[in-house]
Design a protein around this ligand. Sequence first.
Ligand SMILES: *[C@@H]1O[C@H](CO)[C@@H](O)[C@H](O)[C@H]1NC(C)=O
Ligand SMILES: *[C@@H]1O[C@H](CO)[C@@H](O)[C@H](O)[C@H]1NC(C)=O
Ligand SMILES: *[C@@H]1O[C@H](CO)[C@@H](O)[C@H](O)[C@H]1NC(C)=O
Ligand SMILES: *[C@@H]1O[C@H](CO)[C@@H](O)[C@H](O)[C@H]1NC(C)=O
Length: 555
Amino acid sequence: MFAIAIMLGNNYSFELEPYTAAPPRSRVKRFRRSSGPHSETGFVDYKYPNLRALLQGSRCSRTTMLFSAALAALAVLPAFVAGRQIPVVEGVLGGVATLPRKSGPQTLVADASDASSKPTPGKLRVTENSGVCETTPGVYQASGYGDLTSDESVWFWFFEARNNPDTAPLVTWFNGGPGSSSMIGLFQENGPCRINNDSSSVSLNPNSWNEFANVLYIDQPIGVGFSYGSTTTGTSEEAASDVWKFLQIWFQDSRFSKFQGRDFGIWTESYGGHYGPTFAAYFLQQNAAITKGSVTGIPINLKYLGVGDGLTDPLSQYPGYITYSQSNPYHPLVSSSVWSRANSSYYRSGGCESQIQACYNGGSNSVCSQAQNFCNNNILSPLAGNWDVYYVLAQNPDPYPPDLTNYLTSRAVTSKIGSQSTWQETNDDVYDNFADTGDWMRNSAPNLETVINSGVRTVVYDGDADFILNFNGVENMVNNLQTDFSSQFKQQQFANFTVNGQSAGVFKNAGTFSYVRFFGAGHEVPAYQWGTLSRGEAALQMFTQIMSNQSLTPT
Ligand SMILES: *[C@@H]1O[C@H](CO)[C@@H](O)[C@H](O)[C@H]1NC(C)=O
Ligand SMILES: *[C@@H]1O[C@H](CO)[C@@H](O)[C@H](O)[C@H]1NC(C)=O
Ligand SMILES: *[C@@H]1O[C@H](CO)[C@@H](O)[C@H](O)[C@H]1NC(C)=O
Ligand SMILES: *[C@@H]1O[C@H](CO)[C@@H](O)[C@H](O)[C@H]1NC(C)=O
């Protein structure tokens, strides 16, 4: 057991013991905070954030025996606690690890007794029609690996369109993190099935995006989700290059070569605000190099980009936390004193704003990484209060969408789909690699502008109940874009995005660019419903319209 001391926050006191039983382990997280020369490391129960156990500390209280009991069971509590798509590091959402890493880059070793577990560089290993998830009769599916090298295997799961697969466009889906699995999107958001509340079964999703498109879910970078191998990727550019290599292998496989040249879309979310624009710009650059003859490969016929609740331009987006926390469609998230402290941390000299500026202004990895640490410690983390950062209508943690771990690690599933490594929602080594380079705080808006101006139809969307990539920040990012359509965009008024007669959000179109803010949706927009619409129905209307090369249109 630790040499711990329990401390009650100065501005917080319990009339009675907060616990009648030890708090669940999932609610207790590790933190490290420093200000000036002083630093603290310990544990906090995030339902009672001011009740902390310090690893070495000051005041003790006997009312906290049960908290101690919970900590006793946490003798090897990891520095990381699963925080859905974006990890909580040492108590800070999106934080940067300050404690030494437990291990170097980890390589997950697959079960060598199985022939299909042997990587074949430059080839796919495929399991067809596993019967898992997509149970619509006659709809083809395949899952497996594209092996970039003998030590770099990219997991994919492909579903043909339920309608007209031979002419329907091809879409790739990427979740964020960085380090989080695209199985989140597949099973919680827009895939052919959704995880049920029991976390062990699924139901067919009538609003799956493969109603309209062929959809390819990719776990990347290497090490994420079911992917495995050397976890060396630490920037969005490096990730783009690996995804391009994977797609070359995928298009060359005889099962999928018919999709070469098909209209192609990138759809992504969250950290995908970096991935989407960076991947898209890189694919266009590779296409140009193929045309010129300086690169050999299959061109990717990129026509569409969709970015949901994305982190693209931190300098434009971080003030959004301050706005949203105090004033959003639902309720203030924190007290005015917490809010004022964060406001000052953002604007004061040397604060978050000037640190992001320093990062943008040719900042080194460590400058950008420090900006991430400072801003997430002082702005992002505190401003959510006790609300779920992904859905502010629920207290933290919202049990919805249900966790996938039980389902995706069960033999019943893994024995059918050809997976070779133990699924985790987020790979901490990958996250750490990105945190080390400060990639989080770099600006992906220039890539987004390039992609929009090159004629790729683009939609940016956001759920109005999401704090972590809230619409205030995202709309500020969109308003600051400088594209061929920007002046037209700014002149537009928002109009209702009506879906089957119900207003499910507000939108603007300008040229081939669109933006939509969905009412009542959290971070994972297609996981939510509005009015009497079914879950994901409004998101599917957006997806179908954009992928039909149309502007957003009320129905
Ligand atoms: C936020 O901080 C800035 C800079 O310190 C200050 O000018 C501004 O008044 C603050 N906003 C509020 C509403 O307190
Ligand atoms: C699943 O759980 C959520 C709360 O997390 C609840 O709102 C919803 O009604 C539940 N669904 C079913 C089918 O029980
Ligand atoms: C959208 O519809 C709602 C009613 O559902 C209405 O109150 C609102 O004014 C409309 N907004 C716009 C921009 O038309
Ligand atoms: C999509 O529409 C735009 C403008 O409306 C047009 O320029 C472009 O060629 C179309 N793309 C496809 C793939 O049809």
